[in-house]
Design a protein. Sequence first.
Length: 355
Amino acid sequence: MGNFTKNDIKAIKTEKSKIDSIDFDNLAFGQVFSDHMLVCNYSNGEWHPPTIEPYSPITLAPSAKIFHYGQSIFEGMKAYKDTNNDVFLFRPMDNVKRLNISAKRLAIPEVPEAYFLEGLKALLEVDKDWIPTNEGSSLYIRPFIFASGEGFHASPADAYKFIICTAPSGAYFAGKIDVLIEEKYSRSANGGVGFAKAGGNYAGQFYPTQLAKDRGYQQVIWTDDTSHEYIEEAGAMNVFVRINDTLLTSPTSDRILDGITRKSILELAKAEGIKTEVRPIKVSELVEGAKNGSLKEIFGAGTAAVISPISGFGFKEDKYDLETLEDSFASRLKSKIIAIQTNKVEDPFGWRMKM
């Protein structure tokens, strides 16, 4: 296993590429899919070597346990191409490790790191032409694992599929984002799976988010599961708050995902001389800060959007709008992270990996 490389991976290429039919100047997020995917199967107590196959539907039995007991996890990554046509990933080993942390929590067998990373290298080599070069675009990468083993007994499956699909994508969010602070529903609870990238975490968000949209908001800020006094995440993203010139974010826990972008923002902010604090943040701090002017910014952080500024928030029946800043922490940090990701500047942190 230690000597396994991308050259050991069999590639079955598509007979006809669809790349010529794609408008790379007008890409939505995650709506167009590249020609190939990586497929790796688990059975008889082991993961079998991955293969590259044409992107195509998956056939599953109605009794496959994914449909009944929800053993499903995923990751989100991006590949970038610079002006020399070289391809880069951003902190991919963090994704490998986090996928296996999620796997362990959901009783899914952990994937060998070499199968993940070398498999991804092989996939990107085959579909290199699908990586867009337009400003703000990237190749979104979706690794995921689900239970393919069959049976109605409530127990872990005996077979799984690990797949990596890719999608050339434009920006994730655009325009004004107003959020509603959630007072009733919870994203996750202590002892639960909130720290894992489990599909069910996101399914449970959709209904409360729709209720917020019905009130004119685009997203929800989740609060703790007991008192709803503390903010935790913004939609499917980690959340940051700027009080005066201090950047705050909540500590990770059973309920909060250890975001790779979150970690990067904290490291980059410190290097930039921005004061940071990782501590519980009360809803009352946001309300008071909005009233007295000390609340300067709120933004979400995640792989898809990198950083998504929030222009205002609602709490109970009140709405609080934030001023648009000329030199915001959000825009400053986002531009620096993207410059590192796209090989436009030096990477003093060692985050960028050349393929």
